[in-house]
Design a protein around this ligand. Structure first.
Ligand SMILES: NC(=O)c1ccc[n+]([C@@H]2O[C@H](COP(=O)([O-])OP(=O)(O)OC[C@H]3O[C@@H](n4cnc5c(N)ncnc54)[C@H](OP(=O)(O)O)[C@@H]3O)[C@@H](O)[C@H]2O)c1
Length: 323
């Protein structure tokens, strides 16, 4: 099969399309003919040699989410059959013509979604469901703040937050990106380049914050959370070391948490997939969620797609397609 290989750690041009052995499915796995693969920030870190795939995963082919057609099923597969259209969360190997994945990490391509649209979903929907709804326990009527509202994660967090009845605020780096977020349903945005989100949101009584920034956002987050608030981390691009005023955590009875999805065990991902299928997929099938695709590139142009992601001017997801 054709696959995009990280030939050595480095800039985008180290990604090269090469011949690679087509994988065979294990007992509980399916082989997917990949029609589309989503790009994620973590793929860039993996390419740079800073974020290896978990042990047991193909290391040299990036790609953590795909959509495609089931080509072959392992002996013990019960959920899928050859020809089914699926999308899947994977730990690596998605930038290729074929990939194997455990059957419990797959979901059907939602009704009326293209493969590119379906490939844009798994990484963000799984991360948002796990961190905002399970870990953060967001309830209808509560207020959610999402940092990086125009990121892949952000556009999913806004839409699911609204669909489940929350008031949603976001931080973004420009008015234009903010407008996209309000068009998707966000109630208001703060331009972090020109405004201080703590000052702007301190009267709002925030219940749940999803943060990928860390650094000096930590104290501001703690300050604007209302009693019983939950602060959930999925990254710390501005730095992981932060000052913590324990008295604020005690007096407001706050919960500070976080998680990483990629390295979690199969049993967890399988349970998460089942919860998402039950709670989120009916909304997808009903057309209530709008996938936001910034641009698609042919698999052969993976290096160019990475450059577009690193450029940072995108809003929404970048997808590799394989026709
Ligand atoms: N823990 C997990 O399991 C997990 C899973 C998936 C993703 N993640 C993390 O989630 C983050 C988003 O991933 P993605 O692929 O969706 O990323 P992405 O599309 O590349 O977006 C990165 C975002 O960060 C925003 N940003 C940068 N500096 C900011 C600041 N000071 N204040 C507010 N926003 C700021 C950017 O906003 P502007 O463009 O407006 O500057 C952009 O929206 C990444 O850090 C990724 O590593 C974690």
């Amino acid at each position: 099969m054709k696959a995009v290989i990280i030939t050595q750690p480095g800039p985008a041009e180290v990604l090269q399309i090469q011949e690679y052995t087509t994988p065979s499915p294990g007992a509980e796995e399916i082989l997917i003919r990949v029609k589309a693969a989503g790009l994620n920030r973590a793929d860039v870190s993996q390419r740079q040699g800073k974020y290896p795939a978990p042990k047991g995963t193909v290391q040299e082919i990036p790609g953590m989410e795909v959509a495609g057609i089931v080509e072959e099923c392992g002996d013990q597969v019960t959920l899928w059959k050859k020809g089914d259209q699926v999308c899947a969360l994977i730990a690596g190997g998605g930038y290729a013509e074929y990939v194997v994945v455990k059957e419990g990490q797959c979901l059907p391509v939602p009704v009326n979604f293209s493969f590119a649209q379906a490939a844009s979903l798994p990484e963000t929907v799984f991360t948002v469901w796990s961190n905002i709804f399970e870990r953060g326990r967001l309830q209808a009527g509560e207020t959610l703040l999402v940092h990086g509202g125009n990121s892949g994660i952000g556009i999913t967090a806004i839409q699911l937050g609204k669909l489940f009845g929350a008031k949603v605020f976001v931080t973004v780096g420009s008015e234009e990106k903010g407008k996209l977020c309000t068009d998707l349903g966000a109630d208001a945005f703060v331009n972090y380049k020109t405004e201080d989100f703590e000052q702007k949101l301190k009267e709002e009584g925030i219940d749940v914050i999803l943060d990928m920034i860390g650094g000096d956002y930590f104290e501001k987050n703690i300050n604007i959370l209302q009693p019983e608030g939950r602060l959930v981390y999925i990254n710390s691009v501005a730095g992981p070391q932060v000052p913590l005023d324990i008295s604020k955590v005690m007096t407001k009875r706050l919960t500070v948490s976080g998680s990483t999805l990629r390295s979690r065990e199969y049993s967890y991902k399988k349970a998460l997939t089942a919860a998402i299928r039950e709670k989120v997929w009916p909304l997808m099938d009903a057309g209530k969620f709008k996938p936001v695709i910034y641009k698609t590139f042919p698999l052969e142009q993976a290096a160019e797609a990475h450059r577009a992601l690193e450029d940072g001017s995108h809003t929404g997801k970048i997808i590799l397609v394989n026709d």
